[in-house]
Ligand binder design. Structure first.
Ligand code: DC
Length: 241
């Protein structure tokens, strides 16, 4: 029997990463943060000295990127050429440049192909993809802007996480600066509002496609949001048995 595939979409600050990771851990599933792949690609291109505006050169480099992925939700791994990039890809520099790579239409098919390979391996639908498989075929929670629509439109569970701009800004400010006030909200705006505006030119992550369940987390605590998504996943697993 195939494992379960859970695909989660949504804008910055909707809670995608934290919620996906927690649900994957609770269910013994693998976890794939596809945003980290775009971040790793950005780091790799900068490291190789290519201009991010040179879309052809960037795409070619990404196709050759020796990216290693580990899908354990307790300790996801992203390494490029043997170098662990898990921390550096969260830097402000990468955060402010990543959209240039994520909106490169020649880059997306390559990363989407790698994402589908990981998903197929974790859910036991295809042999290993070379990544560090965590779930032994039990399944995966994969999250990112186009997961429910382009990467895994046939996923068993597809969820669009939404939250008001106000709630998303406040969460990111808390996460990045440890407090929510005028200054930290202003400093966070670029990472949430500008980046989503750029990213929305290549993927739609604000309206649910047919068959996608919407969960609005604006008024939910993190615990409540995790519990809501967890319930949707456990219900689907029960029905599949
Ligand atoms: O979720 P994040 O901030 O780590 O994502 C990093 C960037 O990659 C952001 O610009 C959105 C983009 N992205 C994307 O275009 N498609 C995905 N599946 C995941 C992320």
């Amino acid at each position: 029997m195939s494992g379960i595939v859970v695909a989660i979409d949504g804008p910055s600050g909707s809670g995608k990463s934290t919620i996906s990771r927690r649900v994957a851990a609770a269910e013994g599933l693998g976890y794939l943060d596809t945003g980290a792949m775009y971040r790793a690609a950005t780091w790799w291109c900068i490291r190789q000295g290519v201009e991010l505006t040179d879309t052809e050169a960037v795409a070619e480099l990404v196709r050759e990127m020796p990216l290693e992925i580990g899908t354990d939700p307790a300790g996801p791994v992203f390494a490029v050429g043997g170098e662990d990039v898990g921390v550096v890809i969260r830097s402000t520099e990468i955060s402010s440049l990543v959209s240039a790579v994520a909106t490169n239409l020649q880059v997306r098919p390559e990363l989407q192909r790698r994402q589908r390979e990981v998903i197929a391996a974790e859910s036991g639908r295809a042999p290993g993809s070379g990544h560090r498989c965590h779930s032994d075929g039990r399944g995966i929670v994969a999250e990112g802007r186009d997961l429910t629509t382009v990467v895994a439109p046939d996923a068993d569970v597809r969820i669009l996480l939404l939250a008001s701009e106000e709630a998303r800004l406040a969460r990111r400010a808390q996460e990045l600066h440890g407090s929510v006030d005028q200054e930290t909200l202003a400093a966070t705006r670029d990472q949430v509002v500008r980046r989503d505006a750029d990213d929305s030119t290549v993927s739609n992550f604000t309206t649910a496609a047919d068959g996608v369940v919407t969960v609005d987390t604006s008024a939910l605590s993190l615990e409540e949001a995790v519990a809501t998504v967890h319930r949707i996943v456990t219900t689907a697993r029960r029905q599949a048995r």
